[in-house]
Design a protein around this ligand. Structure first.
Ligand code: CAA
Length: 258
């Protein structure tokens, strides 16, 4: 995976978008590498994924404009489908993901961050969907996820104007969960990832599944999903062990994911 580095420690996979000379811009090859890294995280049964960008300037400065400049409509559709497939796979993975946004998150970069479950930003982060300034629309989910995250009014303001916002504004509108100093970003992301990884993995996966499946259906259907996910955690060793420890006033053993 030449454009994405994969590091595994303490059940946490850190995926670093690593094409620093182009501010980590997403081309076809990089998207394929990212897809492979996501599948590796799934195969390794990691408990949390952290996604960040190499270097100090950019998380991801967008889809690769050089590669898009001469695309036909057919090629553009395939490119958009590729990006959407990879980002949707990340979003639908039963593993929580955290975007550690260390700089520019423009276009496809903002869209990648939005495909993660949680976003932490450094004070240097800059967000925008500047596609209309390039004569195109967002193509990796931006026309859909931004409104779902921040509401249609603010999403329209950002999408129609292409304007950039800083990390403080991103937090204000709910685009990011928290903002920290650049030097503290990876510690904050990995700290949260460790907290998540210390919980019962079956329960965390079931919680993400209930949330994801429930978000776009009516409440009664969603509560049915919750019942099924709740029940699926029972009779597991981790559930039995944790509850027995509580009842017997003992410290529970670490979770084993079974
Ligand atoms: N695609 C390709 N190359 C990019 C890039 C991109 N999105 N963003 C930056 N780069 C490259 C630059 O071409 C430059 O390469 P060279 O050194 O070979 O010239 C290198 O990264 C450094 O960039 P700059 O010299 O431009 O650095 P800067 O500090 O002057 O500006 C920036 C930084 C404001 C991020 C500027 O690079 C920029 O505006 N980049 C494009 C941002 C953008 O429009 N992103 C959206 C793309 S469209 C999209 O993403 C569609 C979609 O939804 C699928």
């Amino acid at each position: 995976m030449g454009n994405v580095t994969f590091e595994l420690a303490d059940h946490i996979a850190t995926l670093t978008i690593d094409r620093e000379r182009a501010l980590n811009a997403l081309n076809r090859e990089l998207l394929a590498d990212l897809g492979a890294a996501i599948e590796l995280a799934r195969a390794e049964r990691v408990r949390c994924i952290v996604v960040t960008g190499a270097g100090t300037r950019a998380f991801v400065a967008g889809a690769d404009v050089g590669q898009m400049a001469t695309m036909t409509r057919r090629e553009a559709a395939a490119f958009s489908e590729l990006g959407n497939r990879v980002f949707r796979t990340l979003e639908r993975l039963p593993i929580p993901s955290i975007a550690a946004v260390n700089g520019y998150a423009l276009g496809g970069g903002c869209e990648l961050a939005m495909s993660c479950d949680i976003r932490l930003a450094s004070t240097r982060a800059v967000f925008a969907q500047p596609e209309v300034g390039l004569g195109i629309t967002p193509g990796f989910g931006g026309t859909q996820r931004l409104a779902r995250l921040v509401g249609a009014g603010i999403a329209k303001e950002l999408l129609f104007s292409g304007r950039r916002i800083d990390a403080a504004r991103a937090r204000e509108i709910g685009l990011v969960n928290d903002v920290v100093e650049p030097e503290a970003l990876m510690d904050a992301a990995l700290g949260l990832a460790r907290e998540i990884a210390a919980q019962a993995p079956i329960a965390v996966r079931a919680t993400k599944e209930a949330l994801t499946l429930g978000q776009h259906v009516d409440l009664d259907t969603a509560l049915g999903v919750e019942v099924a996910q709740f029940a699926s955690c029972f009779e597991t060793n981790d559930q039995r062990g944790a509850m027995a420890a509580f009842v017997e006033k003992r410290t529970p053993a670490p979770f084993e994911d079974n």
